[in-house]
Ligand binder design. Structure first.
Ligand code: LMR
Length: 328
């Protein structure tokens, strides 16, 4: 009898230690800063659906959009302390962890979103997913939004039009340098504060793909959008390394499969998603969209291009060449 008791105590112990067996699902909190109705918002929702279908009762994904759990500035810290488990920050937000990822923000680096995808699936692109593992962050995949446009209350046709204008930028040294290069004034500001910043005139302009402009109602506080396609907005889906490594192996593999599936789906639709939001902005009638001639666009490229040299040592010339090669 005593032996039996011992066995059952041991069994109970094993039960308590194994959350999945004890019917405690693995909870993955996924926090992000954009609206649910955006490429990233949809990616997070799709991940939740597919992950919970694959591991019924074993995995629960809680998605917190719109900076409702953590906003910019706080979310990385929360990931490192395991208060949130999955994020998809824009690639502009990693320069504190690795200078290499600054690559993606070099102005006019990629011709279009297809080139971005080609680079991301290349060996060098995949290597960057693991470039922060020693800092406790593991990258699992990239999700693309789209190329960025410049918005302002002034018509911006050539770079000199932007002189002295204050632009909201993400917390990125490259983006800061990009606006300084054209003698504009960058102001780092959390995504959630951008609308108010524009409304109150703390800043006069910003840079976003159409999906963020539309879902944040930026068009309501900006008279012009210059279709510059001058830079990229793409995300890295990241997890706390320790949390990820300690998941049961089958769950880890299964979740990576789900993420890869979501990547394919989201990257397939994100550009069209942005075009649809552009149409809605046009229909709203608040904002004039300025299309640049090839010559005008070349002027922006020329004016911003010196930024590349400034960051070449930090990023690595080989990495820049590899990314450029994806344009062909
Ligand atoms: C921004 O801060 O402008 C973007 O990174 C927001 C986002 O996640 O799309």
């Amino acid at each position: 009898k005593a032996v039996l008791k011992l066995i059952s105590v041991a069994a109970l112990g094993a039960f308590a230690m194994s959350p999945a067996l004890a019917n405690n699902p693995i909870v993955i909190k996924f926090s992000h800063v954009v609206a649910a109705d955006t490429p990233k918002g949809q990616g997070a929702a799709m991940f939740k659906k597919l992950a919970e279908e694959k591991f019924p009762g074993r995995v629960t994904v809680e998605v917190y959009p719109n900076s409702s759990l953590y906003g910019d500035g706080k979310e990385m810290e929360a990931l490192l302390t395991n208060n949130v488990h999955m994020l998809a920050p824009s690639l502009a937000k990693f320069d504190k962890f690795t200078p290499k990822i600054q690559l993606f923000d070099l102005p006019f680096l990629f011709d279009d979103i297809k080139a971005v995808e080609r680079f991301q699936v290349s060996e060098k692109g995949k290597e960057l997913l693991n470039s922060m593992r020693d800092k406790g962050i593991t990258g699992l995949t990239y999700w693309n939004n789209d190329l960025k446009q410049l918005s302002a209350n002034k018509a911006l046709r050539v770079p000199t039009d932007a002189r002295g204008q204050k632009f909201r930028v993400q917390a990125s040294e490259v983006l800061d340098a990009q606006f300084k290069q054209i003698l504009a004034i960058p102001r780092k500001m959390a995504f959630a504060e951008m609308y108010q910043g524009l409304q109150t005139g703390v800043v006069n302009g910003a840079e976003n793909p159409y999906s963020n402009i539309y879902s944040q109602k930026i068009h309501e506080v900006q008279k012009y959008i210059t279709e510059s396609n001058h830079g990229l907005l793409s995300y890295m889906v990241i997890v706390n390394t320790k949390f990820w490594d300690e998941l049961p192996a089958d769950v880890r593999t299964g979740l990576q499969e789900v993420l890869d599936q979501v990547t394919v789906e989201i990257n397939k639709v994100s550009h069209d998603f942005n075009l649809a939001d552009k149409k809605k902005i046009v229909e709203a009638g608040t904002t004039e969209i300025i299309t640049l001639t090839d010559e005008e666009r070349a002027k922006w490229r020329e004016a911003m291009r010196p930024v590349w040299k400034k960051f070449e040592d930090q990023i690595g010339a080989d990495l820049i060449s590899a990314a450029e090669a994806a344009n062909k």
